[in-house]
Design a protein around this ligand. Structure first.
Ligand code: SF4
Ligand code: SF4
Length: 89
């Protein structure tokens, strides 16, 4: 089985409440908005003057916390984890 085939079998149990807390106080003056292009799961999107955080796809890599120049992103872990359920074979 190819790796793509295996990955397509993964399912996520998503916790309903966001585990990402963003203090948006500085987002308007943040020139580069690195959170919008450094996140591998495209969690952050700038839409109509607001930062939209689609936490459901987060893979908890921690990059966004590091790249935010104002340190306004705080990650916690979902109580039950995002719980990737692997269904191989
Ligand atoms: S990098 Fe930080 S300050 Fe900049 S837009 Fe993202 S959350 Fe806001
Ligand atoms: S922890 Fe990683 S995957 Fe999750 S939102 Fe931050 S950069 Fe994206």
């Amino acid at each position: 089985m190819s790796i793509d085939s295996k990955l397509s079998l993964n399912t996520f149990k998503v916790y309903k409440k966001s585990h990402i807390i963003v203090d948006k106080e500085k987002c308007m003056e943040c020139i580069d908005k690195p959170c919008t292009y450094c996140c591998p799961s495209k969690t952050y999107n700038w839409e109509e003057g607001d930062l939209i955080v689609s936490f459901e796809g987060c893979v908890e890599c921690g990059t966004c916390e590091i790249v935010c120049p104002y340190k306004k992103i705080r990650l916690t872990y979902p109580p039950a984890g995002h719980g990737i359920v692997y269904r191989y074979g």
